[in-house]
Design a protein around this ligand. Sequence first.
Ligand SMILES: Cc1cc2nc3c(=O)[nH]c(=O)nc-3n(C[C@H](O)[C@H](O)[C@H](O)COP(=O)(O)OP(=O)(O)OC[C@H]3O[C@@H](n4cnc5c(N)ncnc54)[C@H](O)[C@@H]3O)c2cc1C
Length: 238
Amino acid sequence: MRAQLDQPERIEADFVVVGAGSAGCAVAARLSEDPATKVVLLEAGGEDKNRWIHIPLGFGKTFADPSVNWCYETEPDPGAADRRVFWPRGKVLGGSSSINGMVYIRGQAEDFDHWRQLGNTGWSFDDVLPYFKRSEHQVRGADGFHGSDGPLCVSDVEQHPICEAFIAATTELGFARNDDFKVPAKTAPATIRQRRATAGAARPRSAICGRRYTGRTCASSPRRLPSRYCSKAGAPPA
Ligand SMILES: Cc1cc2nc3c(=O)[nH]c(=O)nc-3n(C[C@H](O)[C@H](O)[C@H](O)COP(=O)(O)OP(=O)(O)OC[C@H]3O[C@@H](n4cnc5c(N)ncnc54)[C@H](O)[C@@H]3O)c2cc1C
């Protein structure tokens, strides 16, 4: 595909990825590994310069910050006495991965297996596990469930003594201890032990954020990129 952005300036790209969130950054980064391929990544939000994005658990500060967050609300929910529920989503380079809790977690193995049972070939846990492993850089090293050569750095966090005491209490009650909740297991107490980096770190060399352009063009062309772009829905992103 050769897409074009027009008005007021014009650039050409082989691929246009809309939304520089977890998925968009990963897709754009992979596509742009080939220097001959021109990839443009469009992001409605701004650059990921807010320091709280890069500080572990800074998500308490970005949770309701409209400069990096769409700050959605649900429709009135009958299950919550018709209240609207606040629904944060990232509006910044890295998307929701820039404002999330930094917990590296995968879906339940049983859910993947259920999707496969429904007829979705290639979606069982055993099918997707190689991709999880390939994307992960587990600092403890590789094993049957973890990879160490991928771009997504995952490290353990320091265990608070109170958490450790809580886990010890549950094991005294007979629950099996689970030190790695990415490993398929029956219900077991586990503390959050790992964190990750934001997807914004995986962006390609070019990203157009909100009304501003950051970085260089995807290929080596020095051509100027648009200073703003319009979404198909009409208004340019705020
Ligand atoms: C507060 C919070 C805490 C979370 N904590 C965790 C956690 O600890 N562990 C975990 O695994 N997951 C967590 N999540 C969930 C996880 O971050 C998301 O599931 C994941 O980031 C979603 O990725 P995505 O690519 O689907 O969307 P997003 O990462 O949200 O990316 C979508 C991007 O598209 C952009 N966009 C939208 N419309 C347009 C448009 N028209 N033009 C251009 N750009 C557009 C948005 O601005 C955004 O940047 C959390 C999420 C939130 C909000």
